[in-house]
Design a binder for this molecule. Structure first.
Ligand code: ADP
Length: 146
């Protein structure tokens, strides 16, 4: 089964993706985590990504697409995967379409967790990470809607 998870920040997307990954025994392909690992290992993609992540900006599409393609082409993804955090832009969605076509695969579902702004704001404020101020939260929700 090939699934994409889409949800605003704070909706619990990672938690639900992990549960689905356990239930169906498919890898949980967590984009933010893949990027952080590339940075830690100082790979070419990681070196390109670092300055964007440090500023809280989106990493350029071609860098993310390359990392995701490499990940979902590995043998453990052959039976399926749960994509979390990708695609996040229109060019990424188009690149994913191309990848699927190239391997003659199709997606089974896109799960959209629809949580109200009030609810996610409350959840993020309760989490209390450094970038979870009301202003930053509003900015991230705005970016998500775009
Ligand atoms: P958050 O959802 O709080 O942004 P993530 O762990 O999903 O946290 O992502 C951390 C960082 O990794 C983002 O700030 C961004 O720089 C980068 N990133 C993650 N996913 C993508 C993506 N699909 N496209 C571009 N950059 C991404």
């Amino acid at each position: 089964m090939r699934l994409i998870m889409i949800a605003p920040p704070g909706a619990g997307k990672g938690t639900q993706a992990k549960r689905l990954s356990d239930r169906y025994d498919h890898p949980h392909v967590e984009t933010g985590d893949i990027i952080r690992t590339a940075i830690k290992n100082e790979t070419t993609a990681g070196q390109k990504a670092k300055k964007y992540v440090d500023k809280g900006k989106l990493v350029p599409d071609e860098v993310v697409v390359e990392l995701i393609e490499e990940r979902i082409e590995r043998p453990d993804c052959r039976q399926g995967f749960i994509l979390d955090g990708f695609p996040r832009t229109l060019p990424q969605a188009e690149a994913l379409d191309e990848m699927m076509q190239k391997h003659d695969l199709s997606l089974d579902a896109v799960l959209h967790l629809d949580v109200s702004n009030e609810e996610v704001t409350e959840r993020l404020l309760a989490r209390g990470r450094d970038d979870d101020t009301p202003e930053a939260i509003e900015q991230r929700l705005e970016e998500y809607r775009n």
